[in-house]
Design a protein around this ligand. Structure first.
Ligand SMILES: *Cc1c(COP(=O)(O)O)cnc(C)c1O
Length: 442
């Protein structure tokens, strides 16, 4: 096949084949996957659109996957039989009509990336990384296992894709800082689960050292193969709107790989002429883990890693984001804005949205909390087409949602708590309670 790609160092221009076990450039910077643009330009924008549309919903495995339907833009060199796909992508673009009406917005949508095999967008990147590892192992590269540090969703995705491939996996988790659902996923999929008495940044440090042994392949998003899969979110969004570009895309950010990926998706569509304008990209951070927000306030002049404090949005409880430089490049190009959202704001925002039919995890709550601030400040207006990227399924965060409705989240009032009425089995008591509860509906 003519289409091809390789790793490239952003600062040095050094290149490495994708089949090499390498994560960082000689200057310590991260590597990007660079595609052969001359080859990609041999097809017109119209031809790409037609190709992508023809694969959507097809029975031609693995091309029905939202990621592999765009294989030439993602990992062009891999043979189909090496691909490990769990039919990721093509997630619901939820028209938040009632929630939009509540906020005075006519064109509000939520991209439900958590409606995926392991319940988060991490599947989009992991299918690419694990497929590449599978390919390398088949070529004889001595990779014994794949490892990652995780705030819960990366490890779930790694475990599932590795189990599907028959490749051993090792996950490093911060002790007691992830949800029960997230913890049980890699256990069930047969990963070696290591719970460390530290936070995510501490796990990240350890896994980077341990994976210096090249037999253990590193699956964190500093490995840009994952970014290649995640960038299909932007392409899929535009495709779902008939190749119209939204005005604003809001995404929760922790390690900042996903916002970097969104930018790369839009970059490629712009370069190949599938779209002709840029959306504004907005990153929402938890106020308790806000190093990007702090840097943004200085015009990105100063960046200081911090000790992240506890947040219900545990997947973004990260103080030293690996993809900071990548993210800043993207934000500068896409009229970027950064918001911080308190625990009170994220919890109330998630559950306000739930009242209109969504079922939000706390990270989506962070993104919606930023949207509420933008509405308040009038940074967005009624006619804007706004996309909130929902990064995980609410069902993975039952503890958060249960605590909210019981009023057990510390330090603030749960404005949208919906307590259970516990009653004796008496018709009169039931009638009286219903009368009372109906009156409370406004
Ligand atoms: C990983 C994750 C994020 C953060 O993505 P980054 O690429 O680390 O910025 C947000 N939400 C959820 C649910 C995640 O699992």
């Amino acid at each position: 096949m003519a289409f091809n790609a390789h790793f490239k160092g952003y600062n040095t221009g050094n290149t490495f084949p994708l089949d090499q076990v390498v994560y960082r450039d000689s200057d310590g910077g991260l590597l990007e996957v660079e595609h052969d643009m001359v080859q990609l330009r041999t097809r017109s924008a119209k031809e790409w659109k037609t190709l992508f549309e023809s694969r959507c919903g097809s029975h031609n495995w693995p091309y029905a996957s939202g990621v592999w339907g765009k294989k030439e833009w993602v990992l062009p060199g891999i043979a189909d039989e090496d691909i490990i796909s769990l039919n990721e992508g093509w997630t619901n673009l939820f028209y938040a009509k009632r929630f939009g009406e509540h906020l005075g917005l006519d064109d509000l949508w939520v991209k439900l990336c958590g409606n995926s095999h392991t319940g988060s967008f991490k599947d989009l990147g992991m299918t690419v990384l694990v497929s590449q590892v599978n390919h390398m192992r088949r070529m004889g590269v001595p990779i014994k296992a794949v490892a990652c540090a995780s705030t819960g969703d990366t490890s779930a995705a790694l475990a599932a894709y590795c189990a599907a491939a028959g490749i051993p996996s090792v996950v490093f988790l911060p002790g007691n800082k992830i949800s029960v659902a997230q913890l049980i996923q890699p256990i069930s999929n047969g990963s070696i689960v290591l719970s460390l008495d530290t936070d995510f940044d501490g796990c990240m440090k350890i896994v980077q050292e341990v994976t210096e042994d090249k037999g253990l392949y590193l699956a964190n998003s500093m490995n840009s193969l994952r970014i290649e899969g995640q960038k299909t979110i932007s392409v899929e969004l535009c495709q779902q709107f008939g190749w119209e570009v939204p005005d604003v895309v809001i995404i929760p950010g922790g390690n900042l790989g996903n916002v970097s990926a969104l930018g790369r998706g839009f970059d490629l569509m712009l370069e190949l002429g599938l779209i002709d304008r840029k959306p504004r990209l907005v990153v929402a951070q938890a106020a308790n883990a806000n190093p990007l927000f702090r840097a943004y306030k200085t015009g990105y002049a100063q960046f200081a890693p911090m000790q992240a404090k506890k947040t219900e949005a545990s997947a973004i409880q990260i103080g030293n984001p690996v993809s900071y430089d990548r993210a800043v490049r993207v934000l500068k190009k896409y009229s970027g804005m950064v918001y911080e959202v308190t625990e009170e704001q994220l919890a109330n925002a998630a559950h306000l949205a739930d009242r209109t039919g969504l079922y939000c995890d706390p990270h989506t709550g962070v993104a919606i909390g930023a949207l509420l601030q933008m509405v308040e400040e009038k940074t967005v207006s009624r006619k804007d087409r706004i996309i909130v990227v929902s990064t995980a399924h609410g069902l993975k965060f039952s503890e958060f949602k249960t605590k909210y409705h019981k009023g057990e989240l510390a330090g603030f009032a749960a404005k949208y708590a919906n307590p259970i009425s516990e009653l004796p089995p008496s018709v009169d008591k039931v009638r009286a309670e219903l009368e009372k509860r109906f009156k409370e509906i406004v």
